[in-house]
Design a protein around this ligand. Structure first.
Ligand code: ZN
Ligand code: ZN
Length: 353
């Protein structure tokens, strides 16, 4: 039974040159032949929405006006002609992949297993239409079925805040159970990262400037001696607690000058420094430290379909419990402001009426 799909809808859009999101009426997208039309149930708000709104120095595919929102969960309302054999059906609840890649063998990125860097395929909410709207059109490559026992808010947040952390930890840092990891930042991504590391079984030492986030981490199972108290120098903490030479990997979900400097100082010889947060636009590498320690400084970006599938499986088994608060779509500007002011403890999903 086909639902009646309206021809227009209200959405939050970015206009080039305007740093405020614009709430306006736009056409409902057509169902792509190789894809689906979904009716959104929840959309996650991400700190990068702020930089998409305020930073005009963007990439070539960015459109003059586009719908923001790159974390979504929705129900399939229509399936394209060429997607009938995909195994998906109308009514399925799916989580979305903002940058699924084109998957073509002649694509320089997709052919090297880097679909998250593909410039050919659609980028939902990142320069092209995304999920702060009632409907979205998606390629079949961009959707993953959501297990019954996961809420739509959690599924939406899993598509970026959990998936990006998972990709960083398992595919880039390749954290193993016998290792010691130092984690900077327990925000939207970092707190999920913490749970993923605990699930792997590695020791994790944590730092955040907000004591309440550290308390939350203690409740999640981090022993007190592995928590750097808010306000204490990280380098001193490592020295005073005989942790020098023991930290295999630093995961920096903050990316400020101070955390990047601390990271180089505290990581063991031959260790890894993984960059996820970018709060300061430039950071300094100490060349002597880098060479003498033979450090690996690794960047990570997004994640892939298999990461999202594994993440949803872990959430379904309750190995990870992403923290999400709910608001409604109309409240996006207010929620983004709270997020930028550090007043959101983890993540907020906007629900669609
Ligand atoms: Zn994001
Ligand atoms: Zn591609």
């Amino acid at each position: 039974m086909d639902q009646v799909i309206p021809s227009t809808m209200y959405a939050w859009r970015k206009h080039r040159g305007n740093s405020e999101p614009v709430w306006e009426e736009v056409p409902v997208p057509h169902t792509p032949p190789r894809g689906v039309l979904i009716k959104l149930l929840a959309s996650g708000v991400c700190h990068s929405d702020y930089s998409l709104l305020t930073n005009e120095n963007q990439r070539p595919w960015f459109q003059e006006k586009y719908i923001l929102g790159h974390e979504g969960c929705g129900r399939i309302v229509q399936i394209g002609k060429e997607a009938k054999e995909s195994g998906f059906k109308v009514g399925d609840r799916v989580a979305t992949i903002a940058v699924p890649g084109c998957g073509e063998s002649d694509c320089p990125e997709c052919s090297r297993d880097l679909p998250q860097l593909c410039e050919r395929a659609h980028h939902s909410g990142i320069g092209e239409d995304g999920f702060y709207a009632p409907y979205a059109a998606l390629d079949i490559r961009a959707i993953v079925l959501v297990p019954e026992n996961i809420s739509s808010s959690v599924a939406a947040v899993a598509t970026d805040a959990v998936k990006t952390s998972y990709h960083a930890i398992t595919r880039r840092a390749e954290v193993k159970s016998h290792e010691t990891v130092f984690l900077f930042g327990l925000g939207g991504l970092g707190f999920n990262a913490l749970q993923i590391i605990l699930h792997i079984g590695a020791r994790v030492i944590i730092s955040d400037i907000r004591q309440e986030r550290l308390d939350e981490a203690e409740r999640a199972g981090v022993p007190k001696p592995d928590i750097v108290p808010a306000g204490v120098s990280v380098q001193e903490f490592v020295r005073d607690n005989s942790l020098e030479g023991k930290i295999d990997t630093v995961l920096d979900f903050v990316g400020k000058n101070q955390t990047f400097e601390d990271a180089q100082s505290i990581v063991r010889r031959g260790g890894k420094l993984v960059c996820i947060g970018t709060l300061d636009e430039t950071n300094t590498i100490d060349m002597k430290i880098g060479i003498r320690k033979r450090l690996s400084i690794i960047f990570t970006y997004g994640g892939q379909k298999r990461d999202l599938q594994e993440v949803l499986d872990l959430i379904s088994k309750q190995a990870i419990r992403p923290q999400v608060d709910n608001a409604v779509l109309e409240e996006f500007p207010m929620i983004l402001k709270l997020l930028c002011d550090g007043k959101i403890k983890a993540r907020v999903a906007l629900l669609h009426q």
